[in-house]
Design a protein. Structure first.
Length: 205
């Protein structure tokens, strides 16, 4: 079955014109045609709207959203390559970084015995983050990298264990949503842990 666009709007708390905009831009798949002026929409459309909202909240442009949903709807090449392309597209336009040689990132990855493809976008993002820390006078030390690495790897291993491998679109959607939604949670948990530890260690000072 399905619902009309007006009910889809009510269910997703979006104005009908916004949904029509998503349809025109091709980031929301068309509904099932009923007649010349009506179409039905279902839970798949509700899920896609939730994804679009998450992408918009992260500051992605319509062009970037098209790239992401295009990879979800029609994965190309290996699953590894598709996942990489999808997560790479999640970088907000204003946060774009160039590949370059990434000397800081390469040195950091070498220190923790991490080997990844040279063109992995996250390497360039790491380079920028390390450069920012360095410029602020708090460079990332090798000791800190080695302390962080086992925990970051454990998080990544768990995430991949939970990822549905088939069908490929489900895997890509999982990776996209997991990247967008869980990274802020990890950052918040780190701050909570800092507060907890500080309360325990600094209480007597």
């Amino acid at each position: 079955m399905g619902v009309l666009i007006s009910e889809l709007a009510a269910r997703t708390n979006l104005p009908v014109p916004t949904i029509k905009f998503y349809l025109r831009e091709g980031i929301l798949m068309p509904g099932r045609t009923v007649n010349a002026t009506r179409a039905h929409y279902d839970e798949q459309h509700e899920r896609r709207i939730a994804l679009i909202r998450a992408l918009a909240a992260r500051g992605l442009s319509i062009a970037q959203m098209k790239s992401v949903v295009g990879l979800i709807d029609d994965p190309q090449g290996s699953l590894f390559a598709t996942l990489g392309a999808a997560t790479a597209a999640l970088t907000p336009t204003g946060d774009a970084v160039s590949d370059g040689d990434c000397p800081r990132a390469r040195a950091a990855l070498s220190a923790i015995d991490c080997t990844v493809p040279d063109d992995l976008p996250a390497v360039a993002q790491l380079e920028r983050a390390l450069a920012d820390a360095e410029a602020a006078g708090l460079p990332m030390t090798e000791d800190r990298l080695r302390a962080y690495a086992p925990h970051v790897r454990a998080i990544a291993a768990y995430d991949l264990e939970q990822m549905p491998v088939e069908p490929a679109p489900a895997a890509v959607e999982y990776a996209v949503l997991g990247t967008m939604l869980y990274e802020p949670i990890l950052a918040a948990l780190r701050r909570v842990a800092h507060a907890e530890q500080a309360g325990q260690q600094l209480a007597e000072r």
